[in-house]
Design a protein around this ligand. Structure first.
Ligand SMILES: Cc1ncc(COP(=O)(O)O)c(C=O)c1O
Length: 437
């Protein structure tokens, strides 16, 4: 590693404890100090570029240092950087909430601001439990899908099902149960999973507050995908058994599945929707819990009835973050993002065919532009994903496989040459681990 990069890396490792990292890995694995970003590229201190093929943990939609978003944040900065949202309000929060109500499924009428994905999940779980309580019912169990991921705070971790993150903290978790996620993208898999969901609801719905799902794509669980029929069936069943349906669209929201929201692949509405990540175009932490008038009304009464939702975070609805979100929505309004993304998704799908030559490729799946290549035949201890990650970095591409799953989730502005490069590097990476087998 060259001088400026290595000085920055040393200074970092003296003081920073990185997220989702065994820090000892950095004795051999170089940390990449990033000086700047432009479009789909990140640049280190020596000017090396990296295609951000994972949108910096799935947040970036329209590229780094995007002019439209930059300008809006700069203007907002000279007007109002922050104000508390209890007892006060501000224009970006109001405008954004109206826009979100207009573009999300019709039953969602109220916006509760939070400031990151996990906290939005926490707030949705608490709201659901509290709604039932306010309605005279004690329902404190949360249902989720196997292989799901909803964040790392205690409530969010409880409804997740990725053992790597969850197991250690088992004694700390809140009451939760899992039902099987449909095993693949077929309709029949959804039908089978719904049958089990119904059995569980028949037996336990008097204790269950909500079913929370990552609609259509389970991100951290290895980009596992399933059919919209499951959402339609789960909506009908949860309604029948008086259980809320929480759509965690923190990753799938804002176009990742090929439509604005994963729920737009159906004509149903959940009771709650959590949004974050792409909400600000990948600029600033912001999240929302959206819910129905019915839920809102269950909390609406005189103060002394003690039914209010007394949940807050200091940076709730931060104006700079709301300004970034408004700029992001403006880009959607002024460009035919979905039509362009559809063409790119098709191009990626066609190009993915070449991966099928490898015997270690188990499955290739796609939803929207999100494309995953699952490898097989490796012991997790081999850390095959890490080997591909390291190789891709030497070639100027930031891939960040999830275990044995190599996936692409680039910013939407990626062009066709850049798609070629991203996929060629993944191909070479897989070929290298294949040859070592
Ligand atoms: C579906 C889903 N929910 C919740 C979260 C947690 O969001 P955050 O990392 O902002 O806490 C994530 C993060 O990857 C996610 O993918």
């Amino acid at each position: 590693m060259t001088n400026k990069n290595s000085i920055m890396m040393q200074r970092d490792l003296e003081v920073i404890w990185h997220p989702c990292t065994q820090m000892k890995d950095h004795e051999t694995l170089p940390l990449i100090p990033i000086q700047s970003g432009k479009g789909i590229y990140l640049y280190d201190f020596e000017g090396n570029s990296y295609i951000d093929a994972v949108s910096s943990w799935w947040v970036n939609l329209f590229g780094h240092s995007n002019e439209v978003i930059n300008t809006r944040i700069k203007n907002q900065l000279d007007t109002l950087e922050h104000v508390l949202l209890a007892g006060f309000t501000h224009e970006p929060a109001v405008e954004l909430a109206h826009k979100l109500v207009n573009i999300t499924p019709p039953a969602l009428k109220k916006v509760f601001y939070v400031d990151n994905g996990s906290s939005a999940v926490e707030a949705a779980l608490k709201m659901s439990y509290h709604y039932h309580l306010n309605s005279g019912k004690s329902k404190s169990v949360f249902l989720s899908l196997t292989n799901s991921y909803h964040g790392e705070t205690i409530g969010a971790l409880s409804v997740g099902d990725v053992a790597l993150y969850k197991e250690t903290y088992a004694p700390l978790l809140i009451d939760n149960m899992q039902v099987p996620v449909p095993k693949d993208q077929t309709k029949i898999a959804s039908k089978e999973a719904l049958q089990i969901l119904e059995k569980v609801l028949i037996q336990k719905s008097d204790k269950i507050a909500a079913l929370i799902v990552e609609p259509l794509i389970q991100g951290a669980g290895g980009m596992h995908m399933y059919h919209p029929d499951y959402l339609i069936g789960a909506r009908a069943l949860t309604e029948k058994y008086d259980v809320h349906l929480i759509a965690d669209e923190i990753m799938t929201g804002f176009g990742r599945t090929g439509k604005m929201f994963a729920f737009d692949h159906t004509d149903i509405s959940p009771d709650f929707m959590t949004l974050s990540k792409g909400l600000t175009g990948g600029y600033l932490p912001l999240s929302v819990v959206m819910t129905t008038d019915k839920v809102y009304q269950a909390f609406y009464c005189d103060y002394n009835e003690h039914k209010a939702f007394l949940h807050s975070h200091s940076y709730t609805g931060n104006p700079l973050a709301c300004a970034a979100a408004l700029a992001t929505l403006e880009i959607f309004e002024q460009n035919d993002v979905f039509a362009e993304n559809e063409k790119k998704a098709l191009y990626i799908k066609e190009k993915s065919e070449v991966f099928k030559v490898f015997p270690n490729v188990k499955e290739i799946r796609q939803q929207g532009m999100v494309t995953a290549i699952e490898l097989q035949g490796y012991d997790p201890k081999e850390r095959v994903g890490l080997r591909i990650y390291e190789y891709a970095l030497t070639q100027g591409v930031l891939l960040r496989p999830l275990g044995n799953v190599i996936y692409f989730m680039p910013p939407y502005i990626i062009d066709y040459h850049e798609i070629d490069k991203m996929m060629e590097v993944a191909y070479e990476g897989i070929k290298r681990v294949e040859n070592k087998n």
